[in-house]
Structure formats: C-alpha cells, structure tokens
Design a protein around this ligand. Structure first.
Ligand SMILES: [Zn+2]
Length: 58
C-alpha cells in the first residue's frame, strides 16, 4: 500500500518529504518523536478503560 502522494506534515502542514514522511523534515520528525517520548500524546481509550470491546460500527 502506498501512502497518499500529497500527504502533509502533521505538524506544520507543509508537503511531506519521502525521506521523513509523514513529516516534511527531520526537524518535524524529531519534534513529534519528542512529544511521544514525553507522553504529550494520550492514546485514545487508554485512560478510561471500558468493559467490552469497542466494536466497530458498520
Ligand atoms: Zn513539518
């Protein structure tokens, strides 16, 4: 599967560069990684666990 050709950097919305996709540069990739390492991002559903599976609605 190929990613969309015109994907944009999730941080600054510039066109992403193949080498650093989905980011536009190593800088943005590093920034994003730093956020992850610091725990700035909360994984959805991780904080409040509900019983039962989150079944996909079709
Ligand atoms: Zn960027």
């Amino acid at each position: 599967m190929e990613p969309p050709k015109n994907s944009k950097c999730p941080l600054c919305k510039k066109p992403s560069v193949f080498e650093y996709r989905p980011f536009c540069s190593k800088r943005c990739a590093d920034v994003d990684l730093a956020h992850w390492l610091r725990g700035d991002y909360t994984i959805e559903g991780d904080e409040e666990k509900q019983e039962g599976d989150n079944t996909k609605e079709e």
